[in-house]
Design a protein around this ligand. Sequence first.
Ligand SMILES: [Zn+2]
Ligand SMILES: [Zn+2]
Length: 142
Amino acid sequence: MNNQPNKQLQVNGGCLCGAVRYRIEGELVDAGYCHCRLCQCSSGAPVLAWLTVQQEALTIVQGKPKAYKSSAHYQRKFCSQCGTQLIFRKTTRPRTVDITIASLDKPAAVVPEYHIWTDSRIPWFDTNDTLCRYADAGPDVD
Ligand SMILES: [Zn+2]
Ligand SMILES: [Zn+2]
């Protein structure tokens, strides 16, 4: 699904209040929209856009995000002061980590390439694109 092969990221981001700051240095694995109910409920938004990098590419440079176990093998990390959701990772066999694209200082730097979990897309919300759409987690599940 990666249409931006070998794209090297050197980007910074963080939460709304500034307590948590992170840096990403490494190759972009992929990026996409997730319409799942867990992303919707945990953000209060109709969709979340995520980028994926190798675990080593992400460094938390300031603060300590709080972790919430949102399903059996996954956790979401957010700022405990302002609530911005920043990170999604598998707790078993973690190789990669997902970061919310909108929390980047310059979110235009990473462009979503696909949609997953469109089965739970809210009917009044859609994006005007021709990207691949998957009813479930899609073919590239880690
Ligand atoms: Zn914050
Ligand atoms: Zn999701």
